[in-house]
Design a protein around this ligand. Structure first.
Ligand SMILES: [Zn+2]
Length: 408
């Protein structure tokens, strides 16, 4: 674990910035696909920056410069050469399955890596570097060392102190015998805050650092007499055991700290945000450059006349092929006569194409099945509308089709 004591400034990191620039300009990536350029950028960040980011916070000025170099490289293929970006820079930090390109946000990655140190402070109290830090600042290792900013602390210590609250949010407890977890100060009873945040008056001094076991009667119930008068939230009965209290990291499935889970928590991204649309795009079976093209189309960022107009690049939005007033993505790929011709199969070919398709829609319905039911129900609802004046929302018709397909 590298420990940097001196104050870090722009000068300290100039060397790193130069390295990133040198590395990126070493490639002539103009002819590489967008995704290839992303992978190269990620590898540069990985090899040059990760080590430094484990113990220090990269100054924002340097970080901005690195971001800019990466941005130029990703969009143009040449470091230092500006080119029109396809999507907002923030957007490419999103997970691929959430519509982004999965590039790591330097600032959040830096914080996630620093959180690893703080987790180590609690979880590996016997490792040498933790011992060095604790003895340097004459701290005892209790269940959670109080890391407070210190005016004369080393640079690393200050960095550690600053992000402590973020780490605390991710720490949760399985209560065993209640001898380790502090009743008022550790975050064990609510989702976000320790109980002291819910005290209606100052906590009696003799209670402040007491563990949970001290608040339990011999019969194993809460000793309400000790705190009921000033705790303003309800707490559940505990299932105590003889085991030690166990700490775990709330953001990972295993309960252990991972930089990835910390990064996701910091960026407020969860895997639940995944959109199956992007999953289909990224799992499309075929060459990478076509997958990237599908991503651009899905983002509605194809450089059509309408898109160029929106960016104040083109003078008009009309389609040069057919003269239609607005050439947007759907027009270019589907509605323009040039494209329409491709999708305009004759009746027999259209039906055959769909009936032969054994692709599973939503992993469940066979397309051929869904297709048959769909055209049948569309005709039914068309007749309902025409003869009985019944109108139905599209979502209702989709539900109807799904239900009837399920019955098959
Ligand atoms: Zn057209």
């Amino acid at each position: 674990m590298p420990v940097i004591h001196s104050r870090v400034n722009k000068q300290t990191y100039q060397e790193i910035l130069d390295k990133v620039n040198k590395c990126l300009s070493g490639w002539n990536a103009m002819h590489l696909s967008l995704v290839r350029r992303l992978i190269l950028t990620q590898s540069v960040i990985q090899t040059i920056l990760i080590y430094a980011m484990q113990t220090t916070k990269i100054p924002s000025g340097i970080r901005d410069n690195i971001d800019q170099a990466c941005r130029h490289f990703i969009w143009s293929g040449v470091a230092g050469k500006k080119k029109m970006s396809l999507v907002k820079w923030d957007h490419i930090y999103q997970l691929k399955l959430c519509g982004g390109l999965g590039l790591k946000n330097l600032s959040l990655m830096n914080e996630a890596l620093l959180m690893k140190i703080r987790w180590g402070l609690i979880y590996s109290p016997n490792s040498l570097w933790v011992q060095v830090l604790l003895s340097k600042y004459t701290l005892n290792h209790t269940s959670l060392p109080n890391v407070l900013p210190m005016k004369y602390g080393s640079y690393m210590w200050k960095v550690v102190a600053r992000i402590w609250p973020e780490v605390l949010k991710g720490i949760k407890w399985d209560i065993g015998n209640g001898n380790k977890v502090r009743f008022w100060w550790d975050n064990w009873a609510t989702e976000e805050y320790p109980l002291h945040a819910f005290a209606s008056q100052p906590i009696p001094l003799e209670q402040v650092n007491e563990c949970i076991a001290r608040f339990i009667t011999d019969e194993g119930a809460w000793n309400w007499r000790l705190f009921a008068n000033f705790l303003i939230v309800a707490i559940k009965p505990l299932n105590m055991s003889d085991e030690d209290d166990q700490m775990y990291w709330a953001y990972s499935k295993s309960g252990g700290f991972t930089t990835k889970s910390a990064y996701l928590a910091l960026s407020k991204m969860t895997i639940n945000d995944e959109d199956s649309f992007w999953s289909f795009v990224w799992h499309w079976r075929g060459p990478q450059r076509i997958r990237t093209f599908l991503w651009v189309v899905g983002q509605n960022r194809l450089k059509t006349k309408a898109e160029l107009f929106r960016r104040h690049i083109g003078a008009d939005m009309s389609c040069a092929r057919c003269g239609c007033l607005i050439e947007n993505t759907l027009h270019a790929l589907r509605d323009c006569p040039g494209a329409k011709h491709f999708f305009n199969l004759n009746l027999r070919d259209w039906m055959l194409y769909n009936l032969k398709n054994l692709w599973k829609y939503e992993g469940f319905f066979y397309w051929t099945c869904l297709f048959g039911v769909t055209i049948w129900r569309l005709w039914f609802w068309r007749n309902q509308n025409l003869h009985n004046g019944v109108t139905n929302s599209t979502s209702h018709i989709v539900m109807d089709i799904k239900c009837r397909t399920e019955e098959i």
